[in-house]
Write a protein that binds this ligand. Sequence first.
Ligand code: ADP
Length: 583
Amino acid sequence: AAMLTPSQAGFRRLLPLLRPHLRQLLMGAICMVIYVLSFPLLVQLAGQLFPALGSRDLNQVLQLIGQGVLIFAVQKVAQFGQDSLLAGPALQVSQRLRRDLFSTLQTVELGALEKLSAGDLTYRLTEDADRVSEVLYKTIHDTVPSVLQLLVVLGTMLWLDWKLTLAILLLAPLIVWLISIFGARVMVATERSQKKVSELAGLLGEAIEGLPLVRAFAAEPWLQDRFEQEIDQHRRARHRTYSLIALQHPVVGIIEVVGLFAVLALGAARIQTGDLDIAGLSSYLTGLIVLIDPIAHVTNNFNEFQQGQASLRRLRQIEREPQEPADPLDAVPLGTLRGDLALEGVSFGYDPSQPVLQKLDLQVQAGEVLALVGPSGAGKSTLFSLLLRFNTVQNGRILLDGCDLSRLRARELRRQVALVPQRTTVFSGTIAEAIRFGRQASDAEVIEAAHLANADAFIRSLPDGYATQLEERGTNVSGGQLQRIAIARAVLGNPALLLLDEATSALDAEAEAAVQLGLRQAMAGRTVLVIAHRLATVQEADQIVVLEKGSIVDRGSHDSLMQRGGRYRELCERQFIRDLQNG
Ligand code: ADP
């Protein structure tokens, strides 16, 4: 029984979620009581019916059969009531669980989130959550009445012949012990096999993303092989669960049969000694037969309970991922921003012992453009993630209009800081929805944003205009169009600070010019930090900062830096050769 404790605790934590459904549960429970109480009546009836069969009194037999039919009818109606009333609450609980977990997922720290596999998480939130709801439903509509039925019928049997019943009950600990031994193993085996399916889902996710690449490298046999290894491991893990269950059924079955024959023998002996009559034994045997069903149910459900337990544990693991830091209690409300940005001695490392940014000092006036250049790995994106407060500075401060970023509410801050990522992704939906991205904005505001981003004209030229459906990841519009949608999405809501990660992928000259125009319009009147890859961008910037290994190694305007001939000129000459050649 000690083995059961941790597993029960998992489901017990779900019980408070049932509270809003007490009324329905109560009505279901009433049906359950009627259902369970029908069994002693049937046992009682059998005690009259079997002796009557030998009495040649057909009328009495028919009358008793009539009573039996009536009891069965009531029983089945009650069972229907119980099953249908209890399904709702069980499903509601799993919906609640899913909702809560998804909302937890939304606030998992980004660093931790990147380490999670999308396929694995998808599996947990779909299959594992389903299994939990399945088990919960089974427990309240099947396990609970089965246990009650066991108790009531055992009570009836004790009342009929307590000595005989006590003799049989000697077998009970053996059955309970066997069930729990099997149950614990089933849980372990299930957890392993669920983990395998999850890994499979993870691999599938990767494989589907990477299929074009796999094909380009003619690596299909390698991928097929990896896949086959995974499904083979999954089959083994699953097989172990099935084998355990397969073994459990005959073992428990044998005990039941032994019990039945023992009762026949003991019962015959008790009739010889006159302690029991035929009517009593008929009732008694009927009781015993009525017991077999709930024992089988409880055993099966216990296995499934253990499987659900494994799923619940996997779901709960999501809760243990580190969460984004909470907003400060005394958060400063954020008014309309001018957009003055200052960094004072900012240091940060994903691993605090290995700083990625070291003592950065920066001043950007409202409306200015700051271009960040430097080799990859210098810490440019990391600086963006600090400005969006995806990560928290370890030393120094970041000030927006003189206010420390750490004293603001993250969501309020992020409404004022817009990001145009290097590689745009959109959710499937209409173009208008992609630009709105869940924010409150009128159609006019959406159009204005698209206009600024130089996207309005091409959107209008599409057959459905702003109502055009974007496919997942925006694969049905061109790269340049998608970038302009991303720019419109960023400027909607008129953010004070624009973070721009310039795309490196080459667009054709015309598309490039369209994106550039959109960017230039979007940048006007805002403070802009741009991770620059194009010469044109840095040339127009008010300030250029060269970042290397997390420190500023050069800063100034393009002309002054070129004249001085430091790291910047070197970088320019290396990185912008293409642009220079293009003029
Ligand atoms: P850049 O944008 O200039 O190419 P990054 O800011 O992406 O540079 O990276 C700076 C350094 O921080 C690199 O050494 C990189 O490996 C590391 N880094 C970036 N993101 C993470 C992360 N989520 N966890 C740990 N280290 C990271």
